[in-house]
Design a protein around this ligand. Structure first.
Ligand SMILES: Cc1cc2nc3c(=O)[nH]c(=O)nc-3n(C[C@H](O)[C@H](O)[C@H](O)COP(=O)(O)OP(=O)(O)OC[C@H]3O[C@@H](n4cnc5c(N)ncnc54)[C@H](O)[C@@H]3O)c2cc1C
Ligand code: SF4
Length: 512
């Protein structure tokens, strides 16, 4: 029998992987907390703690099931702090004859491990992670020869291919593929809010370890009340909670934002999904089963809205990533070169919407989609922030941030740095949208109705400034033409005042 070493990365905690179907005394698994993963970007402390706790739980569970595990803690004396040297060390120590790994989801690690394998003088093999519905190259093949990758066409194909919410003739349940227009309600108090399910575990030992090892991080943590699910059991509890308590209103309030509640009816499943403690298939199956058993209480719009995120957006973004990397990480269609303001890291900003969304992110390492896209990302795009700086902030701050799903959302969907491959137009909005979808504007020091003058909402002047500044690149876009017709109708003096106001804000970003 061949003595084999199998690598498990921190986001490959998939109990259902076929690797674990049988015990084999010739197979040893290796998992490691390494400094290289703490420093490629500055992370939120809850993200690091969440990964370490989940990895340790996974290793413990595999050990209980009699698998052989080598686990490097960050402060282990023999830890050489990078994948390559630790792998080489174990291959030597245990006279390993074969090295095996699962396809990494990040390009950076994919390249690194391919290079490690090239240098090995033993055999190696690579496996699928068995997590996603699609293979890396499926999106590329699906859109072969197309200039724009329309998510909706991919999503419909996924529904048919996997028989999700379709009839026997592959027609959509509810006679419509997409209930998006029913998913745009402000929270009106009609359905009571539920507190998110938090686990409150003691993470003090890991927080101390990070301090001892001087790991740089940002954001806040309550070490004795760590909230994230860090085992499969807890991930399943989050899924149950979502299906029982939140699914009935998921779609309805998907785009709503509220000062008093940062998760509303969102599932908070992204961390469990991205670390693979739970699979998208079991999430979708349970959501559909719940709906089928409760059709009187849960309407199709709620379920379709959720299914679209998981089998549509999530799989689509992953496919785009593997089609477009590594060049995607250098895209900057609008040539943006501004710095993010300092309050992205400390939350000290007067703009009420940003104060809430940034502080949610710093307090919980979480913000829901519309907070990420239409408040924080919208602002970063309007000020022309450097895409790399925006990427690094998003990759660091959210516990669920793994590059394949972060960069496609940030550079692509949110910052339009790909020139419209993912989104057919930039996701920018003025105070009007933020006020429509939230209660942030009430009580804000800025005036949502003013474009310029004292306390005018910065989103307003920056919004028009954005269109005027990028006229050469955006005017021809049929989805944006109307904005330019509105600009043409504006008085010259109005435009001058708006641009002057935008300029004042752009030169004083740190004091907004
Ligand atoms: C600028 C920006 C950055 C983002 N960065 C990340 C990231 O680093 N990691 C991440 O997992 N998601 C990211 N997203 C997508 C989305 O915002 C999060 O998945 C979601 O907010 C996670 O919360 P939830 O689990 O409560 O999601 P829900 O709203 O309950 O949605 C259910 C699930 O659908 C999937 N999903 C929803 N929207 C998307 C999307 N646009 N792309 C891919 N999957 C999606 C997620 O797996 C999510 O858990 C980002 C979005 C934007 C606009
Ligand atoms: S007025 Fe402007 S800055 Fe204040 S909350 Fe509304 S959109 Fe945000």
């Amino acid at each position: 029998m061949t003595k084999t070493l199998r690598l498990i990365l921190g986001d490959q905690l998939n109990h259902q992987h076929s690797w674990f179907n049988k015990k084999d005394s010739n197979v040893t698994y290796i998992m490691m907390e390494v400094m290289q993963e703490q420093t490629y970007v500055k992370h939120h402390i809850q993200k690091i703690v969440g990964f370490f706790m989940a990895m340790r739980n996974f290793a413990e569970e595999l050990t209980k099931e009699n698998h052989q595990i080598i686990y490097y803690k960050l402060d282990d004396k023999n830890n050489l702090q990078n994948f390559k040297e630790n792998i080489q060390q174990e291959i030597q120590n245990h006279s390993i004859e074969k090295f095996e790994y699962q396809l990494p989801d990040e390009y950076r690690l994919d390249e690194q491990i391919k290079n490690i394998c090239k240098e090995l003088d033993i055999k190696f093999a690579v496996y699928e992670t068995e997590h996603f519905y699609t293979k890396r190259e499926d999106v590329k093949d699906f859109f072969s020869g197309k200039k724009q990758y329309l998510m909706e066409t991919f999503y419909r194909d996924m529904r048919k291919k996997h028989h999700i919410l379709v009839t026997k003739d592959l027609e959509p349940f509810g006679d419509k593929w997409n209930f998006d227009h029913e998913n745009r309600k402000k929270y009106d108090g009609k359905y009571p809010l539920k507190a998110p399910l938090l686990f409150k575990k003691d993470a003090s030992d890991i927080v101390k370890l990070l301090d001892d090892k001087k790991v740089q991080h940002f954001g806040k943590i309550k070490p004795k009340e760590f909230p994230y699910p860090t085992s499969r059991k807890e991930a399943l509890k989050i899924l149950n909670y979502f299906c029982e308590e939140l699914l009935p209103n998921f779609g309805r309030y998907e785009d709503a934002m509220l000062k008093e509640h940062h998760t509303l009816f969102h599932s908070c499943l992204s961390f469990s999904l991205n670390l693979k403690m739970i699979s998208p298939k079991e999430v979708i199956n349970q959501v559909i089963d719940t709906w089928q058993a409760n059709k009187k209480e849960i309407d199709i719009a709620q379920v379709e809205g959720f299914v679209r995120q998981v089998i549509g957006w999530r799989e689509y973004m992953r496919g785009i990533y593997w089609d477009q990397m590594p060049s995607f990480a250098t895209k900057n269609y609008l040539n943006n070169d501004n710095d993010l303001p300092s309050w992205f890291w400390d939350g000290k900003v007067k703009m009420n919407c940003l104060k809430h969304c940034i502080n949610n992110s710093l307090d919980y390492a979480y913000a829901h989609h519309i907070q990420r896209l239409m408040v924080i990302g919208n602002f970063a795009l309007l000020i022309g922030a450097k895409p790399k700086e925006v990427d690094d902030w998003y990759l660091g701050v959210y516990a669920d941030a793994v590059e394949w799903v972060q960069i496609t959302n940030t550079r692509g969907m949110s910052q339009f740095a790909d020139g419209g491959l993912i989104g057919s137009k930039p996701y920018v909005a003025s105070a009007n949208y933020i006020n429509k979808m939230s209660n942030y504007c009430k009580g804000c020091s800025y005036d949502k109705d003013k474009r310029y003058g004292e306390n005018a909402c910065p989103f307003n002047s920056l919004y028009w400034n954005f269109y005027i500044k990028h006229e050469d690149k955006l005017k021809k876009n049929p989805r944006i033409g109307m904005m330019y017709r509105l600009i043409e109708k504006m008085e010259k003096s109005e435009i001058e005042s708006i641009l002057k106001q935008a300029d004042i804000y752009l030169t004083n970003l740190n004091s907004l």
